[in-house]
Design a protein around this ligand. Structure first.
Ligand code: SAH
Length: 262
C-alpha cells in the first residue's frame, strides 16, 4: 500500500530592507512570488508589499511602540502552525531579520518545533539609510568602528554605552527617537563631546526620507523642533558631518561647527 507523506513546509525569515523595494535581494523577490503565506510587520513598505503575488495569502502582524497588535509568542506560534500544515511561510521583516528584528526568537521557535527554517538577509536600516545620505559609517580618517544600539529601553541608565561613541567611532541608534534627548544627555555625561556631529534619518530610502544634521547637544531639541517620527535612525560620530543633509539651522552656530569636521 502506498504511504502518503506529510506535507513538508518551511519557514523563511526574509529581510525586506529599509523601505525602497529596489533594495530587496533577488531571493526575497523570488520568495514573495512563490510563497504560500507572507506574514509581515508594519515596517515593510508598500512598494515591497506590492511585490507579493496576489495569489499569496498575507497576514499583517504590525507592531507599534506602545501597542502590540500581536504578541511575539503568538507570532511564533502562527509561523510554526502554518509551516507544519505544509506551507512555504515567508516571515517578511523590515531591514535584516537579525538586527533588532526578533528573528532569532522566530528561528528558535522553528527549531524547537522541528520546522525547517532559512534566513534571507536584508539591508539593515543603518546601512541603507547611511548609503542614501552619502554618509560612510566607517572612513579611514574618521571612524574604524561602528556600533548598532537599541535606544528603546525603559531605563537608559541601565545600559553601558561607554566607549561606543567618540573618537574614531560611529554609533547608530535604532528606535531612539522617543528617548533622543535622554540619549544625548547620557552620552555627554559619559564624556562624549556635545559638539560631536549627529545625523537623524527619518524614513530612509523612501520617497519621504528626511536627513537632518546637528550637534549632539542639540539632538533632543532637533527631534522636537522638526517633529521627527519613527522609523528614524540617529547616527553619532564625525562621519555624520559628511551626510548629504539639511543642517539644523534653528540652532546657532551648528552649520559652521559641522563644516569644521570635514
Ligand atoms: N530589523 C530592522 C530594525 C528593526 S527595529 C533593520 O534591520 O533595519 C526598528 C527601527 O529600525 C526603527 O525604530 C528605526 O530606528 C529603524 N529603521 C527601520 N527602517 C528605517 C528607515 N527606513 N529609516 C530610518 N530608520 C529605520
Amino acid at each position: 500500500m502506498e504511504k502518503t507523506l506529510p506535507p513538508v513546509g518551511k519557514l523563511w525569515l526574509v529581510g525586506a530592507g529599509p523601505g525602497d523595494p529596489d533594495l530587496l535581494t533577488l531571493r526575497a523577490v523570488r520568495l514573495l512570488a512563490s510563497a504560500d503565506l507572507v506574514v509581515h510587520d508594519g515596517l515593510v513598505g508598500d512598494g515591497v508589499l506590492a511585490l507579493i503575488s496576489p495569489h499569496v495569502e498575507r497576514i499583517s502582524v504590525a507592531k507599534q511602540r506602545s501597542r502590540h497588535t500581536m504578541k511575539q509568542e503568538l507570532i511564533n506560534e502562527l509561523l510554526v502552525r502554518e509551516a507544519l500544515t505544509g506551507k512555504q511561510v515567508v516571515r517578511l521583516k523590515g531591514g535584516d531579520p537579525f538586527i533588532f528584528g526578533r528573528g532569532g526568537e522566530e528561528l528558535d521557535a522553528a527549531r524547537d518545533a522541528g520546522v525547517a527554517c532559512e534566513v534571507v538577509p536584508g539591508i539593515t536600516a543603518a546601512m541603507g539609510c547611511a548609503a542614501q545620505a552619502g554618509l560612510p559609517l566607517t572612513h579611514r580618517d574618521d571612524a574604524s568602528a561602528v556600533s548598532f544600539v537599541a535606544g528603546q529601553c525603559k531605563d537608559l541608565s541601565d545600559q553601558d554605552w561607554s566607549g561606543l561613541a567618540g573618537h574614531g567611532r560611529t554609533l547608530v541608534i535604532y528606535m531612539g527617537i522617543a528617548t533622543a534627548s535622554a540619549i544625548a544627555d547620557k552620552l555627554i555625561a559619559d564624556g562624549v563631546s556635545p559638539e560631536l556631529p549627529v545625523a537623524v534619518i527619518e524614513r530612509g530610502t523612501t520617497v519621504d526620507a528626511r536627513v537632518l544634521r546637528t550637534l549632539l547637544a542639540d539632538l533632543g531639541d532637533l527631534v522636537t523642533r522638526e517633529a521627527v517620527k519613527s522609523p528614524a535612525l540617529i547616527i553619532v560620530g564625525k562621519v555624520a558631518a559628511r551626510a548629504d543633509a539639511l543642517d539644523c539651522l534653528g540652532a546657532p552656530g551648528v552649520a559652521e561647527k559641522l563644516g569644521n569636521f570635514i
